[in-house]
Design a protein around this ligand. Sequence first.
Ligand code: ZN
Ligand code: ZN
Length: 260
Amino acid sequence: MSGSGLVDSHCHLQHYRGEELAAVLDRARERGVGGFLVPASRLAEAEELLALSEREPGVWCALGVHPHEASSWQEGDGERLAALLAHPRAVAVGECGLDFFYDHAPREVQEAVFRAQCEVAIDFGLPVVIHNRESNERMLEIVADPALARLTADFHSFAGGAAMAAPLLGPRFVFGISGMVTFPKAENVREVLPLLAPEQLLVETDTPYLAPVPYRGRRNEPAYVVEVAARLAAELGLEPSELARRTTANFFRFFAKAGI
Ligand SMILES: [Zn+2]
Ligand SMILES: [Zn+2]
């Protein structure tokens, strides 16, 4: 990977199309961002994301069902997901989890669909990419369930604060730090940083959402992971090049199938 060699560990590139997508990838690569993990929201997106990842170097995908879409989960979808995960560019399950802020699906449905996806991930030896909002307590109970003891998870765009992070400090978990780390009021993001082991840090944009300062309010894109990484490096007292080296090594260790 060229330049500073950053990986954007969570970017919904499916929000960009055609020439616009090509320009977004060019701008990222010009700034040394050479890797992109694109999470699905629905299984119906899987073929499109796999085609993108076959076409574009450095693009991998996570396949699964977002909690907003949990009501779309049907009988047989566990088998369908498992079949899709056989693809070499599908390196994780997700994004999946709980969202009790929007509650787009009933909570018991969100939980059942999340657990079903965790079981598929364990069967395949793949990590899950977790979306968690206003559901900390239930999420901690689920990931502590002995039935899911072999689960590994990326808590993407983590904003749970120190109380949420404290039980998650082992090697099974990594944390995606997003552009929120640059927001003036986001102490809940920054307070977690000194707690985490160096191996637990990833950087992400959550494109097209959460653009970092100074792009706040604009449509986010993976090139801006440079600003996320710069702020994270400053918070940790690291050189940007060292931060890039660490987070990229973490990405390929954690999403090991991407490194094959
Ligand atoms: Zn999310
Ligand atoms: Zn997302």
